[in-house]
Write a protein that binds this ligand. Structure first.
Ligand SMILES: Nc1ncnc2c1ncn2[C@@H]1O[C@H](COP(=O)(O)OP(=O)(O)OP(=O)(O)O)[C@@H](O)[C@H]1O
Ligand SMILES: [Mg+2]
Length: 259
């Protein structure tokens, strides 16, 4: 990477870190009073009869507070410094699960899904729910970018040289403007209409992947689609196991049994 590009990448990483710290502080401060608004508005709704004219406004307050709570939770997820729970995770299985439960969604009706999942992919150390959230966010973004038709491609591969698992999520959607490309991982950056996007999806992905010791990057060309690439370190256990890599569950031992 040339030096000015490296400088820019460092600056962007610093900015993201500072934003993360700020986001986390704000989210913590807001979380408690927001819980109070939710609880008291809920109690008021219960106290009012169905035909009370004040009910409608209080229901609105409660709904809006719910939306705020989702945003605050998103910020906490983005900024949370906790080390993720660590178990050996099979990324191919996570991807199949995610596709399984998104497949019937109306948005995916005319989207063709191609998968190239390395059957000999080693496991990664991580938190299954959090990693699932990463791929749900990436897939939903990809699908939204295609506006109804196109191809979603999911590939996994073992990068032997770095002992990392590589996961690629590509779409044939609208692509991302050069000027936006450097900002998409910032919290609250969105090009979607209000109510459609909070702009937290990718910042959460970035936070989760980083806390797993991995990286996430994007390549995009306006009008031709985007590719998000995630690298995650393989599980220690799989590194220390001897034998030949085989099957999704990790390694095959010399006697041929999968672990
Ligand atoms: N696959 C993609 N194709 C085109 N643009 C994308 C893609 N993924 C992300 N983007 C751009 O990055 C922005 C930020 O994405 P992010 O997931 O953080 O937020 P969002 O999708 O706008 O809202 P949210 O995820 O909170 O519902 C999007 O608004 C969009 O402009
Ligand atoms: Mg999103």
């Amino acid at each position: 990477m040339e030096s000015s590009k490296r400088q820019q990448a460092l600056l962007a990483a610093e900015r993201l870190k500072a934003t993360g710290r700020l986001a986390s502080e704000i989210a913590h401060e807001l979380n408690t009073p927001l819980g109070g608004i939710l609880m008291y508005s809920h109690l008021l709704i219960e106290d009012l009869s169905e035909d009370d004219p004040r009910r409608e406004n209080i229901v609105k307050i409660n709904k809006l507070a719910h939306r705020c709570k989702i945003i605050v939770q998103g910020l906490l997820d983005f900024a949370h410094q906790e080390i993720p729970q660590s178990g050996p995770i099979q990324i191919n299985r996570i991807l199949r699960n995610v596709i399984g439960f998104l497949e019937d969604h109306v948005l995916l009706r005319n989207i063709s899904i191609e998968t190239h999942l390395d059957p000999a992919l080693p496991r990664v150390a991580g938190d299954e729910n959090k990693l699932e959230q990463v791929f749900i966010n990436l897939i939903i973004n990809a699908v939204q970018s295609m506006n109804g038709t196109g191809t979603l491609r999911l590939c996994t591969e073992f990068a032997v040289d770095t002992s990392r698992v590589r996961i690629e999520c590509s779409d044939t959607g609208c692509g991302i403007d050069d000027e936006n490309l450097g900002r998409i991982f910032e919290p609250f950056f969105t090009t979607k209409e209000k109510e459609k996007g909070t702009g937290l999806g990718l910042s959460i992905c970035h936070g989760i992947v980083e806390r797993h010791g991995g990286t996430i990057a994007v390549e995009s060309s306006k009008g031709h689609g985007s590719t998000f690439t995630v690298f995650l370190p393989m599980a220690e256990k799989d590194i220390s196991d001897c034998g030949f890599r085989n099957a999704e569950c990790g390694f095959e031992t010399p006697n041929g049994k999968s672990k």
